[in-house]
Design a protein. Structure first.
Length: 353
């Protein structure tokens, strides 16, 4: 008899506990599948299986070692992303080669047109959105190199946008995070202001030489935007460490949300399966009851038809008897009338010998 819960519904940990608690031959009979199917399921889930002779050693009273369940790629990612990060991330040296993306960013800033604040403003599909003066081109490229290198070790890559209207973004598992690097403005009174968007009133000022880094999962939204700015008290290396920490935190939280959603979907699927099974049970009961009702009604109709047929037969039998009596009575009357009209002496019957 197969198990009521299919093996495909078992989590990775549940499958590991199941494989190391029951031989595969018994599991195949329990779930109604072959040993090969169980082995393939374990391979897909990266679940180690007992080696040959494990169950014989266990039956002999020995205690063979169990192969521990290795962590998944998502678990490894979260472990690495949660590791303590230095408070500062140093920029690469002037002689250290930059990443191709950083070199491309540098070339793009050099070729970009200047805005009214004398800043090179650029929005390219393969690069982050920037608005900086050209004197900061090397500093911006080195800062971008530091960020991409730090998060790239975790598998978080900077991707080219699929839209020609958007800049590049960090991406992992289809979760995007847009990065912008903007040089703040300095007002004539010496105060500092982050450059507004084109929809805001234009500020009077000039480039301050200080950078602001922004992260936003939605390119056209501003509610979730996070910003970090360097200042006389906050060095660029500290800002870069904060940006990298925010990127790591964002994708760890995204991974945890995905896991919770997967658990919720699994629970919803299990609930749906239970509702489906209950509906099937109720339908089977209803079908059986309907079948029995129709059978009883058919039997009742057969009895009724038999009664009707018997009544018709009895009526026909009575009618036939009446006809026979009528015929006999009529014949008797005719014979009597015949003998009265013809005396006995006038007719003779020859009986055969």
């Amino acid at each position: 008899m197969s198990d009521t819960r299919p093996i495909g519904d078992y989590s990775r940990k549940e499958l590991y506990d199941l494989i190391w608690s029951t031989p595969a031959s018994k599991l195949s009979a329990r779930f109604g599948i072959s040993n090969v199917a169980i082995a393939k399921r374990c391979k897909r889930q990266n679940v180690p299986r007992p080696s040959r002779g494990y169950w014989a050693k266990l039956a002999a009273g020995q205690k063979p070692a169990k192969v521990p369940l290795p962590p998944t790629l998502d678990e490894i990612f979260k472990q690495k992303a949660r590791q303590r990060l230095a408070k500062v991330l140093p920029l690469p040296g002037t002689t250290e080669p930059l990443l191709p993306l950083a070199s491309e960013l540098m070339n793009g800033i050099v070729k970009a047109k200047l805005d009214s604040y004398k800043r090179a403003q650029m929005r390219e599909r393969a690069l982050p959105e920037v608005a900086v003066s050209k004197v900061l081109v090397e500093r911006v490229a080195r800062a971008f190199h530091t960020i991409v290198t730090a998060v790239g070790q975790l598998g978080i890559c900077f991707r080219q946008s699929r839209s020609s209207y958007e800049s590049g973004y960090f991406e992992r598992r289809n979760d995007r995070l847009h990065l912008s690097i903007v040089e703040d403005l300095a007002r004539p009174d010496g105060s500092r202001v982050s450059p507004p968007s084109y929809q805001w009133p234009r500020e009077r000022g000039k480039p301050s030489g200080l950078l602001t880094f922004s992260l936003n999962p939605d390119r056209y939204g501003s509610r979730e935007t996070q910003k970090w700015s360097e200042s006389e008290k906050v060095q660029l290396e500290s800002v870069l460490a904060a940006v990298v920490a925010a990127i790591r935190k964002h994708y760890v939280e995204a991974q945890e949300r995905a896991e919770k959603e997967a658990i919720a979907r699994a629970q919803e699927h299990a609930a749906w399966l239970e509702r489906t099974r209950e509906w099937e049970r109720q339908e089977a009961i209803r079908f059986q009851q309907e079948k029995e009702r129709k059978h009883a009604e058919a039997l009742k109709n057969i009895v009724q038809r038999r009664k009707t047929a018997l009544s018709e037969a009895a009526a026909n039998w009575r009618l036939s008897n009446l006809l026979l009596e009528f015929i006999e009575a009529w014949e008797r009357q005719e014979i009597v009338r015949f003998f009265h009209e013809y005396p006995h002496d006038h007719w003779h019957i020859d009986f055969p010998t």
